[in-house]
Design a binder for this molecule. Structure first.
Ligand SMILES: NC(=O)c1ccc[n+]([C@@H]2O[C@H](COP(=O)([O-])OP(=O)(O)OC[C@H]3O[C@@H](n4cnc5c(N)ncnc54)[C@H](OP(=O)(O)O)[C@@H]3O)[C@@H](O)[C@H]2O)c1
Length: 512
């Protein structure tokens, strides 16, 4: 694989959690794979009064804890790597001139022969994004010319909290950086199984002809977490499942499931196709929200014999909170390929297990030669793409049971990524950082895509904020969410796919 050109990776928010847990360990993994440039420096910037040594010690500890398992105890390599790390404090207010940063960068540039190639990673609270990009521009660190080298800006999530704030943020960034320089990160797109969706769809001739309204009955996406909000109650209460998971990660997955084949594998072609999907999402009218979207909050319960608090009893959560820890939705893509195919998506906390999967439910056979369908026996075909854990692909199809007559059983044909035991699976941030250094924005969200996603979510946010009759359903922790979510699914006796049973009521049985 190609190695990036020499460059300096500047991380704003260097003293923060994400830098220590994901960014620097990800860079170290790349270093161990010889995928970093031949000459590089990591330049940490934040307000804390740290020295290079404090930064290096903190990052070394982060690497030992969070890098890929096989890299954590590589003491000599860690020591060598951290000598590429430098730190700069912007002072307590964080608002001063960036001339000293420019001077520091120039020194590092000379030392590492970076030729003016800089990545700027905004790993700060979003309120600092505008001030930082403007300060960079004031000292001319934003512009790209033949002589200056390339300048790329990675922007962490959340990218806005609604359509208006996302538009404003885009406008702020576009004041100083061109769209081609901006890399909006969504770490879901860095996951191997999400990328594999593109390969699975467009490198195999046999699935694509079936991937449409003629053969697909419905599409279902589940992203479940078994944990609650833990110590992040205060943060989570300002966000909720719709913003935290659906608007960004899960809509990006829908973009990949729903898109047409791009004409090439360039960032522009791929992202043009995903934007078309987001633009074909049928917008809800205010009155549609109540019948197509179910929100819920987990309530106190017993899971695996242990008492579990309800959401409103969590630390930092007001006892009258109206923030959803679960959201289930039904919607349509108004385009030729997906006309009238329902898409069902649910995500939540304190569900029975941790799993993210895409399920393509194929239509029944047109004529039932072997008798009536029974659930679990002679089911229509399903394709299950597991994004996490145990990444892989599973196809359910029907086989004859050995013996007399024609008894049928639905069986699995299963591929697990872990079967490729000799293949290294990079962490999401590692892959995305490398792509940015290589100038490949395919797996980053484009400004128009982010706005289109917020535009779809807007009627839901408006209804929840303004319509007092919109219900918040409770669900006991350890169950699959409010029972009202079942009503979203069309057809008699139809329900969501349950990767495992409720833990609160059905014991511990849990199998993907
Ligand atoms: N942690 C995660 O797993 C995660 C996941 C997804 C997205 N994110 C996003 O990533 C960003 C960082 O998250 P985090 O968890 O690392 O937050 P954090 O621990 O609160 O870190 C924020 C960092 O920003 C620095 N900072 C604040 N104002 C600054 C300024 N004006 N200039 C330079 N640095 C400044 C802070 O350090 P000083 O106080 O020293 O300046 C600190 O290093 C947030 O936008 C968050 O939403 C985080």
């Amino acid at each position: 694989m190609e190695r990036p050109e020499n460059c300096i990776i500047t991380i704003f928010g260097a003293s923060g959690d994400l830098t220590r847990r994901k960014l620097v360990p990800g860079l170290f993994n790349l270093y161990m794979r010889k995928m970093l440039p031949e000459r590089f420096a990591v330049f940490g910037v934040s307000r804390s009064d740290w020295t290079d040594q404090v930064f290096r010690d903190s990052m070394a500890e982060g690497i030992r804890t969070f890098a890929a398992k096989e890299n954590r105890d590589k003491t000599d390599d860690i020591n060598e790597f951290i000598h590429h790390l430098y730190y700069h404090s912007v002072g307590t207010s964080g608002t001063g001139s960036y001339e000293p940063i420019k001077a520091h960068l120039r020194e590092l540039d000379d030392q590492y022969r970076a030729a003016g190639n800089y990545v700027y990673y905004l790993s700060t609270p979003p309120s600092a994004f505008g001030p930082i990009t403007r300060s960079l521009a004031e000292v001319g660190l934003n512009t790209e010319t033949e002589e200056s080298g390339w300048r790329r800006l990675i922007v962490e999530k959340p990218f806005g909290y609604d359509l208006e704030s996302a538009r404003k943020l885009n406008a702020v960034l576009h004041e100083t950086f061109q769209e081609e320089q901006i890399y909006r990160i969504d770490h879901y797109l860095g996951k191997e199984t999400v990328q594999n969706m593109l390969v699975f769809r467009f490198a195999n001739g046999i699935f694509e002809p079936l991937w449409n309204r003629n053969y697909v009955e419905r599409v279902e996406i589940t992203s479940a977490e078994s944990i609650g909000v833990g110590s992040r109650g205060g943060y989570y209460d300002g966000s909720g499942a719709l913003r935290d998971m659906f608007q960004n990660h899960l809509l990006q997955v829908i973009g990949m499931v729903g898109m047409e084949s791009p004409s090439s594998f360039s960032a522009t072609s791929v992202r043009n196709e995903t934007v078309k999907v987001f633009k074909s999402l049928r917008r809800y009218n205010p009155e549609d929200v109540a019948t197509n979207v179910v929100r819920g909050q987990y309530t106190a319960s017993t899971v695996r014999g242990e008492p579990v608090r309800g959401y409103r009893q969590e630390e930092g959560v007001p006892d009258d909170s109206m923030t959803e820890t679960y959201v289930g939705l039904k919607f349509y893509l108004d385009n030729w390929r997906w006309a009238k195919v329902p898409f069902y998506v649910r995500t939540g906390k304190r569900l029975p297990t941790r799993v993210t999967e895409v399920v393509i439910d194929f239509k029944k056979t047109p004529h039932r030669l072997f008798g009536a369908q029974k659930k679990g026996i002679y089911d229509p075909n399903k394709l299950i793409i597991r994004i996490q854990p145990d990444e892989g692909i599973l196809m359910k199809f029907n086989m004859k049971l050995p013996g007399g007559g024609f008894q049928i059983k639905t069986v699995n044909m299963d591929f697990h990524y872990s079967d490729l035991s000799d293949v290294y699976v990079p962490q999401a941030y590692e892959r995305l950082l490398l792509d940015c250094m290589l100038g490949d924005a395919t797996l980053y969200a484009r400004g128009d895509a982010v706005e289109a996603c917020w535009d779809f979510v807007k009627p839901i946010q408006d209804a929840w904020a303004n319509d007092k009759s919109m219900k918040m359903f409770g669900y006991p922790a350890g169950t699959w969410g409010p029972k009202e979510a079942t009503d979203l699914i069309e057809g008699p006796d139809q329900d969501w796919r349950f990767p495992c049973k409720n833990l609160a009521s059905d014991g511990e049985y849990c199998e993907l």
